[in-house]
Design a protein. Sequence first.
Length: 253
Amino acid sequence: MFNLTNKVALVTGGRRGMGKAHAIALAKQGAKVAVADINIAECEAVAEEIRTAGGDAFGIKMDVSVKGEVDMGFDEVISRYGRLDILINNAGIYHPKPINDLTEEEWDQTIDINLKGQFLCAQRAAKEMAKNKWGRIINIASIASGQVGVGIAGSAHYTASKGGVVGMTESLAVEWAALGITVNVIAPGAIDTPMISEAQMSKEVMEGFLAKIPMHRMGSSEEIAAAGVFLASDEASYVTGAMLVVDGGWLAS
């Protein structure tokens, strides 16, 4: 099960954290992986780790909020591998700030990377996947995406972007089903990643998060990547437009 041999995958935000875990997990299942992010040296380091383990990977510099860079990155994947089968739309930022202090530029940056970036990559990916009538697009959102009772103070721009990702995923799934492309979204809960560390949440805020999680721990990037492998596989061929929550039971509580 979950055999991805000879499939070609592109992972955005792939230089660290969940993105790195997705790239490594897909490679372990046999996929050829393009690791894309804003820092090419760090992307290539992840690719080298995959190659050392016997996989096939390379790094790409890509700012997902810039269409020209997105197109160049996808062109490079097609030039090297001749096709694209899997997209993990993982690139994102999280810079919490009270809404009354949030600038227009900070709002735009979050929306451009977290939402527009996923749109640009999904749009280009679908054009490539349609050529072979097979594709898997996996968008990364959050349980803090609206209508589930998880609001996070100081995160209006972030949660707005992630709510947009969920809504967009459902529409893309409907539109592209006839092309053989599934589009799903993973909604992680509290995951131990560099992005969370850099947000510099107070001890009290972090303890408040953990108190809401029945498992009383943060999740790992590898646990999110396992969900990505499933959604990328043939075993998930009848799953589209779905949100797979991976949160240690937070929403259930």
